[in-house]
Design a protein around this ligand. Sequence first.
Ligand SMILES: Nc1ncnc2c1ncn2[C@@H]1O[C@H](COP(=O)(O)OP(=O)(O)OP(=O)(O)O)[C@@H](O)[C@H]1O
Ligand SMILES: [Mg+2]
Length: 296
Amino acid sequence: MRILVVEDEAPIRQLLKRTIEPLGHEVELAEDGEVGLSKFKSFEPDIVLTDILMPKKNGLELLSDIRRLNNDAIVIMVTAFGSAEYTLRALRLHANDYIIKPFKPKQLKEYLEKYEDFINNRTIEQDLLGNFLRREYVLEFGNHLKLVNRLADRLMLETNNAIPRESRLGVHLGLVEMITNAIEHGNLEIDFQQKSDALEGGVNDWPDLIASRLSQKELSERKVEIRFKMNQEYCEWIVTDQGPGFDWKNRPDPDDPEMLLAANGRGITLTSMQFEEMEYNEKGNQVRFKKYLKNE
Ligand SMILES: Nc1ncnc2c1ncn2[C@@H]1O[C@H](COP(=O)(O)OP(=O)(O)OP(=O)(O)O)[C@@H](O)[C@H]1O
Ligand SMILES: [Mg+2]
């Protein structure tokens, strides 16, 4: 992938370059938002990693400039511990994710792998499917975590470009998060703490945990149901799993700065910012989310 790093502190900039380049990516560096914007235009990166507090043009200004030019690039904010307010502002300006300094190279590597798979499975040029006035269907999916990005790409195709351009990337990533949760936490019953422990443990802890759940027949046979509905006003998805549900009412408030600091636990927050409506059923094994289509 082509990755643009925008960071004013030279040592961090170099550290990012040294971490990312050996993973096989092309890296360009910029020392402030102004240089960042001009490199964004010439380098056309797949991913932008940008600091928030910088001289000349700060990360939030850079983000809005990028979003005016391009809605396909993934923008990840590199934020300092304790700058939750800026991080939240960035998410509202359609940043796609954030990583908190200081972070471990392993964490950055995991992020890049996640987005690389997403990008590799994304179809940017979409065929026109025709002008249906209303569509509704249900599909059932097994617990194939490796196919979630392809499924989400397919679901985006179904929306037939009706979602405003500036919202598509966020909606697409939201679909990935919600289907992933249905498999990981719902059907395979991996809870928050088990996921954190595995992600923070050895390289194989997470794949091993998934494999061990999939070896249990009663869990592996469960399905995810995705109900899609589209009319001239909105697209709606209802994702249902066959797991035990969870106490979503006691989920940390997305506006609570503390929440932003955890290793995992960002999927629901990132998703909720992309949809006008999002709600769980009482049990917590079904989530419904809706995106309004702008009709001029
Ligand atoms: N379908 C579900 N069934 C059961 N529990 C769920 C479900 N969806 C979410 N949860 C619970 O809510 C928590 C928060 O989910 P969220 O997607 O925000 O974060 P995460 O999946 O833990 O990490 P990540 O940031 O990688 O998405 C999960 O850790 C899990 O405990
Ligand atoms: Mg999640």
